[in-house]
Ligand binder design. Sequence first.
Ligand SMILES: [Mn+2]
Length: 398
Amino acid sequence: MKIIHTADWHLGQTFYGYERAYEHRIFLSWLAKQISDREIDALLISGDVFDNPNPSAEAQSMFYDFIKRLTTENPQLRIVITAGNHDSAARLEAPAPILEGLNVTIRGIVPRTATRETDYNKLIVPLGENSCCLAVPYVRQGDYPTDKSYNDGVNGIYSALYEIARKQYDTIIAMGHMHATGSEISQGDRSERTIIGGLDCVDTSTFAKMFQYTALGHLHKAQKCAGDDNIRYSGAPLPMSFAERNNRQSVTLVTIEQGTTQIDEIAFDAPVKLMSIYPQAKPLNDILEKAATLPQGDIDEKSPFIEIRILIKEPEPTLRHQIEEAIKGRSVRLTRIEAVTEHGESTMNAPMTYEELKEIDPLTLATDVFKRSYGQNDMPEKIKNMLVKVIDEAKNKI
Ligand SMILES: [Mn+2]
């Protein structure tokens, strides 16, 4: 049995206001070709199909065109789709009854029986004669008993499913959308929206004993989990943030034969690059020099996205304008300009108590922060005067 595992498409994503439909269209047609050429038996999509709960009409029609193409070209193909935290569980599931007839299963919510018990049977989807897939969507609080932690709740769902499925199937594949303990997130990344402190982390260490393969979504970097080759994130097919610009993009090919699992990554060359000038912020002159070497031409859907990180000594009101002038006529799409001060990352002084903080007058606090941010320069008189005025106004209001 040959399976392609993918996740985190984020269809409909706009990137700093730019559409990404072109990139998604290229990915989907590449994926359709992989599925036909390699005679794939099952496609598993582990959540975050759409970027937001209310996807645009364009994003939705792109998705359904793709499903139609797959089911037409590959009548034998099974498709299983589960919801991620970005998807609307109910919306994703809405067309499920129609798609069921085309060998497409969508699971958005953890279903319940009439007596409010978890309806595990609905999450067990047959893939072949002796194999099945546990189509577990993103688990939310309320999907498991309230006295359990998130980790225990999620693990409870998988082991209950396993106990039922093992009676009928030899090969069990699990799907899930979660942050597995010990996995690596792209540094400085906020697009994966992980919970700091690991409250929502799931320990997947028992999965390998139960499942032939676990197809995970949520983290955008392709990787195996906690050293286990058969528990994997396929990663996102497009870089979703600048933190992901150096990730390799791929889908995962899983071949299961006579009880053995073989894993291969099929690399996808994302059509639009993300460039950072420079990852370590540099002064304006360096930025302007680099801008002069960028390719000239029109800006279109193929133009790379750039972010500019610039090192400044003092507030520079014309910065944006200067940069915009410098990249005029260059075939790049500007996303953000981040100004970093030399002292911006310096360590703070010892923390103050609330009582101490109440004693400080706002102007002293502001000038202190200014000094720390812009070297030893004093706050210019003009800014100081404006600040005094605002502080007075605020005091009068209180
Ligand atoms: Mn996610």
